[in-house]
Design a protein around this ligand. Sequence first.
Ligand SMILES: [Fe+2]
Length: 255
Amino acid sequence: MNQFNRRNFFEAFAGAAALHAILASGALASPPADLNRWAQDVADINRALAQGRMSPVAWQQQIEVLNTGIALSAIARYLDFDRLTKAMAFPSNLAETKDPKFPATINVAGIERPWFLRFFGMRKGGAIIPHVHNNMVSSHLVMEGAFRTRTFDRVADLPAENAVLLKPTLDKTLNAGGMITMSDDKTNGHWLIAEQDRSFTFDVGLVNLSKTRTYAMQANKYNMIFVDPTAAPDGQGLIRAKTMTFEECQAKFAP
Ligand SMILES: [Fe+2]
């Protein structure tokens, strides 16, 4: 194990150990104290990532441990999911969003990068249209409904072709409790299509992560590049995905 992997391993282990302590204490049966612990853990890994004390891949591992280790219904109550999403009417096949907040008692000081908590909701057929990201991490936990979920590793940028080279990493239906994550280092691209009406994800993300990592293909102000991943894979299973404007991508994937 090299130094980098050792660090990832011990960071992931520390998170799992903390979660084990929560489970062993039986605290999960008595919200909100355990949910406060969960929220603080989420804030703490965001701070560690933003300050460069945790790698993006370790953050992906940690957020998955945290968000799949607590009952969805408890997260929903804690973040006021029903009230925030109840008015969503879904007039189009694009997602609607609402941002929940952690209680003021959660210490979020010192998280040196912009970060967000966000519910995404869609009607059946609605989509998070396909895109990759620059200098960002995010996680996507299915709260209700189901999504056909595709993820991709971003193997290379191909500026001469206005494309990125993608390696498909997942194509499956995720139901409530299912989760994906992305970073610059692992599964950088994703595409979700709701398979049921009122399908929702809960997302945690941080943007503008690195001042030194640069890409040949530039992202929009939301750190996103829309792409078309439907080209046939080559002999190595790689897809040349042309970049698209938001309007082009919406017209093709969320008409
Ligand atoms: Fe995304």
